[in-house]
Structures are given as C-alpha cells and as structure tokens.
Design a protein around this ligand. Structure first.
Ligand code: ATP
Length: 573
C-alpha cells in the first residue's frame, strides 16, 4: 500500500485534500491522471447501466434534500456506528474496529506523595516516581488480567469510554437562520432521491415495472475513522441502481409460476416470469461481469452472501462484492478476505412503502397485465395470493411501528388493490462506490517488472496495467527527436488525428526510454513513435508508418498512420 500511495501522489492520481494546510482527514482530491481514471470509471458504469440497456433510465438529484426523507429512510434514527473515545488522548474509534488487547490492565487512582516509606517497587510506585513523586502512597490502585478485550486503546493502552451511537450524517443549515427547523443533511447515499422521485420518473420515462433508475453522485458520511487511503472517506461518490420489480405474488398471478434460480451463474436475458431471487442473482452476475470487463480479474473478487444475522431487517438477501485490497484482513488460510466494493441488496418493497407512509402519497403502480390476469384466476388462487400479499404487507406495517389493527386494515386494503392491478414495486439495489473502485483498479494495476534502460541495462520498471477501457490516457505520441521539425510536425499531425477519438498525451522531451517509462507509470496502454522511417527516409514502403508499443508486452508493431485510429479504437472500446 505504501508504494501505491506514494505512486498516486508522485504521478498525480490522488492527493490529500487541502494538503498545503496540513490536510483534512477523510477527504481526497484526484490529480490529472486520477480525474481521468475516475471519469472513465463513471462513464463505463453509466454506459453499461443506462445507455446499453432499454430498461434503465438516469437521474441526477440534488445533494441536499428534504430532511423528512432521512426520517423515512431510517437514517435519522439508525444510521450510526458505535464509537468509543480514548480517555487519555480523546481519540475516537469505531467500537467494532478496536484491535483486541491481551495483558495486564492497571487502574490508577492518584497517589499521595511523601507519606509512605515503602521500599518495594511495583509498577504503580514506578509510575508515580517517574512523575516526580518521592514516596507515593497508593490510594487503591489495582491491576487485572485482560484477554482479547476491546476496552483499551491499542495505541497507548488507555481505557476507552463505553460504546455509544454516533450518527454519520453531516448536518448543515439551509437559509440564513441556523435553527433546528432549517437543519438539513448532506445525503449519506444517493439512493433515496431515486425513491423520492420514483413517481415522477415513472410518469415521464415510458417504462413499466420491471425497470430501473440509475444515479451517481457525491455522498457524505462523517466516518468515525476514515482509513485505508481513500477506501473509507467522508466524502465519496456512489453509483447506484434501483431496479424495480413486481412482487412475486403479481408474477405468480400473471404467469402461473415464479421463475427461481436454476443454479449458480448468470441466468441469461431477463424473463417476464422472474421472481425477486433470480433478479437478484442476475444483478450480482451483471455486476461481476462489469468488474471483469474493466480489468478486475474474477479471482481478485469475492462474492460474499450476508448471513441472516448480518442482513438489514428489510433485506431479503444481500451480496457484497469484495475486492482483495492489499490492506484486507486475511482469512483462516492466510488468503486476503477482501473488502466491500459494492453491495447488491434485495430490499423488498421497504423503501417505497416508507415514503408512502411518510408522505401519505401512493407509491403503487398500476399493472394492466396483472389486472387482466387476475380476472382469469380461480377463486382459490385469488384467495391464496391475496392472503400472502396481505400478510407480507401487514408484517411490514407492524414492524414499522403501526398499531396492529391499523396495520391489518391497511394491509387488507392493499391486498384488495392488488386484485385490481396495483402494488408497491419491490427493488433490487446494486450500490457501488466510485472511489473504492478507483482504488481497486489502482491496486490491481500496480506492477513492478524489469525493463531495459536507454543503455540496454535492466532496471525495475513500475507499470500500471490498467485495462485500456479505463486507462486515464489511451495513447502517448512521441517524435523520436525533439529538435527535428519534420518529426515534431508529423507527430503533432498524428496527435490531431487521434484526439477526437481518445485521450492522447504528446511528449517530446527527453530520451525515448524515459518517455516510455513515464507513460508506464501513468498506465498508458499504447505509445506511438514517429521516427525517420515515418518520414520515408529509409525507403518509400515505410513512409507514413509508425511504431505502436504495447505497454504490457513492450512489443512494437509497425502500423500505417491511417490505420491507427481504427486499430486503437478497437482496443479501448
Ligand atoms: P461499509 O460497511 O464499508 O461502511 P456500507 O455497507 O455502509 O460500507 P453502503 O451503505 O452499502 O456501504 O454503500 C454502498 C457503497 O458505497 C459501498 O459498497 C462503497 O463502495 C461505497 N461507500 C460507502 N461508504 C463509503 C466511504 N466511507 N468511503 C468510500 N466509499 C464508501
């Protein structure tokens, strides 16, 4: 990690925010190469989620929203981590991240000096003597053995406070008066805006359930312990999709059955009779494909199924996609266990239902197919589906704190509405972090190998092996020599030819080997050199050809200039 962090600064991928002022913990800036990398990540995500699909549309909502949204989502009451403070240094830790300590704990009450003439030295007397006491008389000091205790600060052994909850949302005031009613939050996730705007989008998008709404943008969390470089920051970017699906009871009413996963792996093109489980599996596999497509090998990723006791109360299943970061914990076999890049949750109809309850406005959709199909069902089937749907709704409502009678009444009405084609859609949520992905791609790209310097001597080369699709710069263009106007002019012509199609870096300074090396560290996959052959000086057959050097294999290929845009574009697409 140290090497990676240092390269990130040296080459301008990532800087500490406000570094000239000593930095601000948990905030990071992307330099020239990092900004390109992150832009490419977000564009790949956006393209694969929206532009390459018929069933997902985009949204770009504001960062500050109505504070009631965070009450409905549960963030005001439950979005907190347990924190503990060091009694000595006041440093704050997340209670679940304190490394367990084993040893003897000493409790000091404060001695009185000059009373005792005690000769024998114990740890307590020594402690006080080191602080200037001549004859410390102890006042009830004691010690006790501790084993794997998380009550002590691992940095100095001091006792920590009792754990207490700390809400992670950052607050601000909207308008000129700093009063409680003007308090608002910087959004801790982008997802809620999608739910809050669900009805507006549905009206204009010419989409029917199943369909999705995608959004990416900044999110803020006042993390207690930002750490592991950009992995846990206080300001970061999320890329989230809410994919709305029919409740299983509606699928069953329309198709007679609910398709479930037949086995592991990608279930193929979406089918109308899919239930929530297969939709969930589909999105897990789609997301894994996405990561592989931008260069994270399958064996660097872990598909982690949350256990029943880890699931949020409304979630039916959650799969975390982990990347084996160098700082990840290790499992029993000593393998990197991985840290979360993305979570893919099947969230039932919880979110829209919450906004329905809090606003009093219906979040239900009308499904013509359901209405038609319902009329053709046998009375037994109708009763069965109605009963199951009503029970699920009643369970949600009473869990959300509605009195039992009221919950049952609303659930009965909602089950009745189902028979007429109305329901609150369920949702599958793939939620990823752009910064964590940038960090994963940087870690994955970092390589050291041996390459010859200008005199042919082997030296260690640092090379960032980014997939060409997300590499910050796609191609570097070099005239062999800086002081030959014909070479320089030709090289600039090549730069102009390529520029409309991809990001190009032009470099004429220094020995060619050194120029390659700089691009290796930037992760530029291709280098084009304009030499005397290009000018036709060695014979007409090589005129207007250039060498294309491949970053990873360091092989060179001679190519016609007119073929370059097509050749390179096919490799970066
Ligand atoms: P963690 O358990 O690591 O705190 P989380 O489960 O709270 O993450 P979600 O609320 O599911 O995270 O957020 C979705 C995604 O947003 C995460 O998978 C991650 O990529 C990103 N993310 C969340 N918190 C942070 C953070 N503090 N810094 C950077 N990215 C984050």
């Amino acid at each position: 990690m140290e090497k990676i962090v240092s390269l990130c600064k040296r080459r301008g991928f990532i800087f500490q925010s406000s570094e000239v002022y000593g930095g601000l913990n948990g905030f990071w800036d992307y330099g020239p190469l990092g900004a390109e990398l992150k832009r490419n990540i977000k564009e790949s995500w956006w393209r694969s989620m929206t532009q390459l699909r018929d069933d997902v549309v985009g949204l770009e909502a504001s960062i500050i929203m109505h504070p009631r949204i965070w009450e409905a989502s549960g963030h005001t009451s439950t979005f907190s981590d347990l924190m503990v403070d060091c009694l000595l240094t006041k440093k704050r830790f997340r209670a679940d991240q304190v490394d367990p300590q084993t040893g003897i704990a000493y409790f000091y009450t404060g001695a009185i000096d000059g009373v005792s003439g005690k000769e024998s030295k114990d740890a307590f007397s020594t402690f006080y003597e080191q602080r200037g006491f001549q004859n410390p008389a102890l006042q009830g000091e004691r010690s006790e053995p501790t084993e794997n205790s998380i009550r002590y600060n691992p940095e100095n052994g001091s006792l920590l406070t009792e754990p207490r909850p700390f809400n992670l949302m950052l607050k601000t005031y909207v308008g000129p008066i700093e009063s409680p009613e003007n308090m608002s939050y910087l959004r801790p996730e982008t997802a809620q805006a999608i739910f809050a705007q669900f009805k507006n989008v549905l009206e204009v998008a010419r989409q029917k359930v199943p369909f999705g709404i995608a959004q990416m943008g900044k999110a803020f969390r006042n993390e207690i312990n930002p750490r592991n470089f950009t992995f846990r920051s206080r300001e970061f970017e999320q890329m989230e999709l809410e994919f709305f699906i029919r409740p299983d009871e509606a699928v069953e009413a329309i198709f007679g059955n609910v398709a479930k996963p037949a086995g592991p792996g990608h279930p193929g093109e979406p089918q109308p009779n899919w239930g929530w489980q297969i939709w969930h599996q589909y999105w897990v596999e789609e997301r894994l494909r996405f990561y592989e497509n931008i260069g994270l090998p399958r064996n660097s990723l872990v598909e982690y199924w949350q256990k029943a006791d880890e699931l949020a109360h409304y979630a039916r299943a959650t799969v975390d996609i982990l990347y084996k970061f160098p700082f990840s914990k290790r499992d029993d076999k000593g393998e990197l266990a991985g840290e979360e890049l993305e979570g893919i949750a099947a969230r039932s109809d919880f979110d829209l239902s919450q906004h329905q309850r809090f606003t009093g406005k219906s979040m239900a959709v009308f499904d013509e197919e359901l209405k038609t199909a319902w009329q053709k069902l046998s009375p037994e089937k109708q009763a069965d589906l109605r009963e199951r749907y009503g029970q699920a709704r009643s369970k949600y409502l009473s869990k959300s704190g509605e009195p039992v009678e009221k919950a049952e009444k609303i659930a009965r009405d909602e089950a009745e509405a189902l028979t007429k084609g109305y329901y609150v859609p369920h949702v599958i949520e793939p939620s990823a972090g752009a910064d964590r992905l940038a960090l994963a791609l940087i870690c994955n790209a970092y390589c050291e190998d041996q390459a010859p310097d200008d005199k042919g001597k082997l030296e260690t080369r640092i090379v960032m092996k980014f997939h060409p699709r997300i590499a910050p710069v796609k191609v570097a263009v070099f005239p062999l020599l800086k002081n030959k106007p014909e070479l320089v002019n030709k090289a600039k012509e090549v730069r102009e030819l390529l520029r409309p199609h991809m990001s190009v870096f032009y470099d004429e300074a220094g020995a060619i080997g050194r120029r390659y090396r700089r691009q290796d560290e930037a992760g530029t996959p291709f280098g084009v050199t304009i030499d005397f052959d290009t000018l036709g000086e060695q014979g007409p057959e090589l005129k207007d050809t250039v060498t294309v050097r491949d970053r990873d294999g360091m092989t060179q290929q001679r190519v016609r200039i007119s073929d370059l845009p097509g050749l390179l574009a096919s490799k970066i697409r």
